[in-house]
Ligand binder design. Structure first.
Ligand code: TXA
Ligand code: MG
Length: 346
């Protein structure tokens, strides 16, 4: 399959495929999503099958800007109304108590639902065409479970080579160019306001500080009883090459030592390091939004180098960098001890 340019015709066909219970990958401003009719449990089951994702992980429901979210949730607290007015359409997912008729498949059996209205024009066209704008499209990121999320249509085709063949699980991949934000939406739990207040389940482009500016309280960090979220698993968003974060101050030294040992390295940095040389090297912008935009495409490209490790220059710890730091930490989670081992090897 080739990704389809987003002509009105391609969007209408994609909406029909969704209505027929098939899967469609589509662009959003955060990352590409793998969508199914949220009210069709068989269609939602295909998402889990294609991704290789555990069944009990809930998926986010995407709705058109004009949609009535009361169809999906049992109550809309004033906090949700204020956040929706401030940030929708946009990269903010709200967790609310779900309406009784919402299939278990969407909520992973929990009594909540994750809902968001994306700002990407193609996502909006698709949501408006699907069931006349009254439906919801359940869509996790369009990657195999645990992998790096796709920010371009070609990433989706690469992830789902089998599933996008004729007769495969995925009926269409809409190409809407590179995702503007580049990391997944901020997820805010509003389902336990009276007991826990707003809880930030996953940091993203919409920051805790921006949420505080609207609600008057800073969202709390997740507690043990917070709703489960697969994007909050420790190891997630990972390429196949081990990812290792290295402090700026020692990056030059580490790279030179490893190269002397004959190791093949891929590098990702946001500052200049004139003392080192490497062929597989991505220089990312030195500000959080630009960095997020390029992060996943960079990791994918460096993964293709089949290096011994992807060394990532550790980022500043300031609040603005929380979203990208969160993703990098998870991408690097399974790489504990890798650097030490590479340095020890002869
Ligand atoms: O930016 C995004 O959010 C992208 C695009 C496609 O919209 N989607 C995305 O979906 O990242 P996914 O499935 O890869 O991550 C969604 C996260 C998961 O961690 C899931 O567990 C959590 O949202 N989630 C969804 N519904 C939930 C619920 N009812 N309670 C708790 N967590 C929920
Ligand atoms: Mg995901």
């Amino acid at each position: 399959m080739k990704a389809q340019a987003c002509t009105p015709c391609a969007v209408a066909e994609a909406a029909e495929a969704l209505e027929a219970g098939r899967l469609v990958a589509f662009p959003t401003e955060t990352v590409y999503g793998l969508g199914a009719d949220a009210e069709n449990p068989d269609a939602v089951a295909k998402i889990y099958a294609a991704k290789g994702r555990p069944q009990n992980h809930p998926v986010i429901v995407h709705v058109a800007p004009e949609a009535d979210i009361r169809h999906w949730v049992s109550a809309v607290p004033p906090e949700a109304e204020r956040l929706i007015a401030a940030f929708w359409p946009g990269p903010l997912t709200l967790i609310l108590k779900r309406a009784v008729h919402i299939p278990d498949a969407v909520s992973g059996g929990q009594d909540t639902i994750g809902i968001r209205c994306p700002s990407h024009p193609v996502a909006q066209d698709l949501l408006r065409a699907f069931k006349g704008g009254k439906g919801g499209v359940a869509a996790p990121s369009a990657n195999k479970f645990g992998h790096v999320s796709p920010t371009m249509a070609e990433h989706v085709l690469e992830e789902f080579e089998q599933e996008t063949r004729p007769g495969g699980l995925i009926a269409a991949v809409l190409d809407g160019g590179q995702s503007e934000v580049g990391i997944e939406s901020t997820i805010l739990d509003l389902s336990r306001l009276t007991t826990h207040g707003p809880v930030l389940l996953r940091p993203g482009h919409i920051s805790a500080t921006q949420i505080e500016a609207v609600l008057g309280v800073l969202p709390a960090s997740p507690d043990a009883a917070a709703p489960r979220a697969s994007g909050t698993l420790d190891a997630h968003y990972a390429p196949s090459t081990p990812v290792v974060q290295v402090p700026s101050e020692i990056l030059d030294q580490v790279v030179i030592r490893l190269q002397q040992k004959g190791k093949k390295l891929a590098l990702m940095s946001y500052q200049a390091h004139p003392a080192i040389h490497a062929s597989d090297w991505r220089h990312l912008p030195a500000e959080p939004a630009g960095y997020a935009h390029d992060l996943y495409a960079g990791l994918r490209e460096l993964d293709h180098a089949h290096a011994d490790a992807i060394l990532v220059e550790a980022l500043p710890q300031e609040k603005d960098w929380q979203g990208v730091n969160d993703r990098l930490r998870r991408a690097a989670f399974d790489s504990h001890g890798v650097l030490e081992q590479l340095l020890k090897d002869d």
